[in-house]
Design a protein. Structure first.
Lengths: 421, 156
C-alpha cells in the first residue's frame, strides 16, 4: 500500500489543479516526457535568484560564497541519492548532454594524438553496443561515434514483449567492445533492463557500461555501486526538477582519464596561450558558468523525492501500472506495446487501438483533459522493430491517482465510440 | 471547440475510404514527405499534361487528419491546372495559419474547408498540411524538370 496520501501530495503541485479543455481538470499522464514541479522546487530557484545569485566558484564576495555552497550542496545531495562519491557528479544541461559528454570522451581519446592505452580509445577494430530500445539520446551519440571512428555498431534486439533480448549477450559483448550504452528502463515499453546480467558480462570483457537512467532514477531507488556500472545519466526535469539541468555520474578513475567535451572557463588548473592543464573531475567537465538556479532547483526536487521515499513512489507507480494494464487489456482492439506482466516493468504504458491513429486517440483524450504522449517517442528503431508507426503512451508518477487511471481507460473507450471502431 | 467540429463527418469518411490512395504508373514526379515529429508519411505521384494535373495518386500512413486531408486535396486539384492547384495550396495554407479566425471559402476550397477546425489546434496543423506540402513540392519539381527538358530540347 502507498505510504503517502496522494491527494495531500497533489496540493504541492499547483499545475495539477489547472482546468484545461472543456472545463476538465488536468490529468497529467505524460511524465515520461517531463514531470510537473512541486512548489518547493520553483521556490528554491526564486530564492536563489532573489537572494544568492552570483557566479559560482569565483568572486570574492558573500553572494559568490552562498551560491557556491548551494551549488555544491546540490552535488552532495545527488551523490547521496545515487550512492556515489561527490566528486563523481557532473552537472550538465540535460541527460542528452551527459550521454554526449561520454561519447565525446571516447571520440576525443581516439582522434588526433591518440592514446591507445586509454580505456576510452576506440578504433575500427572495435565495437560499440547499444540496443533497439534506446531513445535517440542514447543512440545517436554512439551511432555517430561508430561512424567517426570506424567501429562497428552492435545492438541487442527487442523481443515481442518489448524487452531487451539478451540471448546473444556473449557474442554481442566481447573483448573488442569499447563501450556498452543501454537504457535502464525503456521510455516506450516500460521494460526494465537486466543490468546485473549485462554488467557481469561487461566486467568479464573489461568494457565500459553507460546507463541511460532517465526513466529510472525519478521513479525508483538507483544505487550506482550496486548496479556495478561505469556511467549513469539522468535529467532533472523528469525528476520534479527544473529543465536545464542534467546529471552525469562516472567512476572517478574513469573520469580522470576521460577528456572533456567542452573546454573554457573554470575547467582548468592553469592555462597559457598555447596549452592548458585541466582541473580534476568534476570541474574538468563543467566549463562555463553553470545553470546554477536549476541545480539548486534539482536539490529541492531530490529533497522532495526523498521526503516521500523512493520505495513508496515505486510501490505507488507499481499499483497504478497494475490498474492500467488490467483496464487496458480488457479493451477489445487494444494492443499493449510492451510487457503485459508487472515483473521488471515501470509505469510507462504504450498501446495502439485498431482503427484509431495515436494522434487521434491523443486528441480525444486531450478533449477530456487527459495529457498523454503520441508518436514515436524519439525511438524510431524500436518502433520499426515492433512494427508500429506510432503509439499512445501514458506514463505515471507519484502524483497520479487510481481515479485518473480509470478516467484514462474510460477515455479510450469513448474514443472507440467516437471513431466508431 | 468540440471534437465534432474538429473531426467533421467528411474527414472521418475520407479517413476510412481515402480517394486516389493507390500509386499510379507512369508518373512525371514522385515525392516522399514525412513529419519527423510524429512519423506520418506520404508518397505522392503527379503527372502533368499541358499544364493540367492529369493524374495525382498517393500512399501513406498517418492520423485521420493527414490521411483525409491528402485524400480531399487530391480530389480538389485533380484535373485542374497546375497554376490553379498551387493557388489552392496557398489558400489552404492561409486557412491553416488562420488560428481559426476564418472558415475558408467553400466555393473555392470545397470539402477542404472541413479542416478549418484544425487551425485551432496548432499541433495538428502540420497533419493537415502534410499532403498539400507534398503536392506543392511535386508540382514545383515537375515545373523545374520540364523546364530543364525544354532547355535540353533547345540546345540540341
Amino acid at each position: 500500500m502507498p505510504t503517502f496520501d496522494v491527494d495531500l501530495l497533489r496540493a504541492d503541485f499547483p499545475i495539477l489543479s489547472r482546468i484545461v479543455r472543456n472545463g476538465n481538470k488536468l490529468i497529467y499522464l505524460d511524465n515520461g516526457a517531463t514531470s510537473q514541479k512541486p512548489r518547493s522546487v520553483v521556490d528554491a530557484e526564486r530564492e536563489f535568484y532573489f537572494h544568492h545569485n552570483a557566479a559560482v566558484h569565483r568572486g570574492a564576495h558573500l553572494l559568490a560564497e552562498e551560491a557556491t555552497d548551494a551549488f555544491e550542496g546540490a552535488r552532495e545531495m545527488v551523490a547521496t541519492f545515487l550512492n556515489a562519491q561527490v566528486d563523481e557528479i557532473i552537472f550538465t544541461k540535460s541527460a542528452t548532454e551527459s550521454l554526449n559528454l561520454v561519447a565525446y570522451g571516447f571520440l576525443n581519446s581516439s582522434i588526433g594524438a591518440q592514446n591507445t592505452k586509454s580505456p576510452f580509445f576506440v578504433d575500427a577494430s572495435m565495437n560499440i553496443v547499444v540496443s533497439e530500445l534506446e531513445h535517440h539520446a542514447n543512440l545517436l551519440p554512439w551511432q555517430q561515434l561508430a561512424q567517426r571512428t570506424g567501429a562497428t555498431l552492435r545492438w541487442f534486439p527487442v523481443d515481442n514483449q518489448g524487452r531487451m533480448n539478451l540471448l546473444d549477450i556473449d557474442s554481442i559483448i566481447d573483448e573488442k567492445t569499447a563501450v556498452v550504452a543501454l537504457t535502464h528502463q525503456s521510455n516506450v515499453t516500460g521494460a526494465i533492463t537486466d543490468v546485473d546480467r549485462i554488467s557481469r558480462r561487461v566486467r568479464e570483457v573489461g568494457s565500459i557500461f553507460v546507463l541511460d537512467a532517465c526513466q529510472s532514477v525519478p521513479h525508483f531507488g538507483v544505487d550506482v555501486l550496486a548496479l556495478d556500472i561505469d556511467f549513469l545519466a539522468f535529467s532533472g526535469h523528469k525528476a520534479l526538477g527544473p529543465t536545464g539541468v542534467g546529471v552525469l555520474w562516472g567512476r572517478y578513475e574513469l573520469l580522470e582519464q576521460m577528456p572533456p567535451m567542452l573546454t573554457g572557463g573554470s575547467m582548468i588548473e592553469s592555462a597559457t596561450i598555447d596549452s592548458a592543464q585541466f582541473a580534476a573531475p568534476p570541474k574538468k567537465f563543467e566549463a562555463g558558468v553553470p545553470n546554477m538556479a536549476q541545480v539548486v532547483g534539482l536539490f529541492a526536487a531530490i529533497k522532495y523525492l526523498n521526503g516521500v521515499g523512493m520505495g513508496a513512489i515505486a510501490e505507488h507507480e507499481h499499483q497504478l501500472t497494475a490498474r492500467a494494464l488490467e483496464g487496458l487489456v480488457s479493451i477489445p482492439g487494444l494492443t499493449i506495446i510492451g510487457p503485459t506482466d508487472l515483473k521488471n516493468r515501470g509505469g510507462v504504458v504504450s498501446f495502439t487501438v485498431e482503427g484509431i491513429h495515436p494522434h487521434d486517440m491523443g486528441q480525444v483524450l486531450d478533449d477530456k483533459g487527459i495529457a498523454v504522449r503520441t508518436g514515436h517517442h524519439c525511438a524510431w528503431p524500436l518502433m520499426q522493430s515492433m512494427k508500429v508507426q506510432a503509439t499512445t503512451r501514458a506514463s505515471f508518477y507519484l502524483y497520479n491517482s487510481a481515479d485518473e487511471i480509470d478516467q484514462l481507460i474510460a477515455g479510450i473507450i469513448d474514443a472507440k465510440k467516437f471513431f466508431k471502431v | 471547440m468540440s471534437l465534432e467540429s474538429l473531426y467533421q463527418e467528411i474527414i472521418l469518411d475520407h479517413y476510412k475510404n481515402p480517394h486516389h490512395k493507390q500509386l499510379h504508373s507512369p508518373y512525371d514526379v514522385e515525392v516522399h514527405h514525412n513529419n519527423p515529429s510524429c512519423g506520418d508519411e506520404v508518397t505522392l505521384r503527379l503527372s502533368v499534361e499541358e499544364g493540367v494535373l492529369a493524374s495525382i495518386s498517393w500512399n501513406g500512413v498517418g492520423c485521420s487528419i493527414s490521411q483525409a486531408s491528402t485524400s480531399i486535396m487530391c480530389d480538389l486539384v485533380s484535373g485542374k491546372s497546375k497554376v490553379q492547384g498551387l493557388e489552392l495550396e496557398r489558400l489552404f495554407l492561409d486557412l491553416m495559419q488562420s488560428k481559426g479566425n476564418f472558415s475558408g471559402d467553400i466555393e473555392v476550397l470545397e470539402d477542404a474547408v472541413a479542416f478549418s477546425g484544425v487551425a485551432k489546434y496548432p499541433a495538428r496543423v502540420k497533419c493537415a498540411l502534410l499532403g498539400w506540402m507534398a503536392f506543392r513540392d511535386a508540382a514545383l519539381r515537375e515545373s523545374r524538370e520540364s523546364e530543364q527538358g525544354e532547355q535540353r530540347e533547345q540546345s540540341k
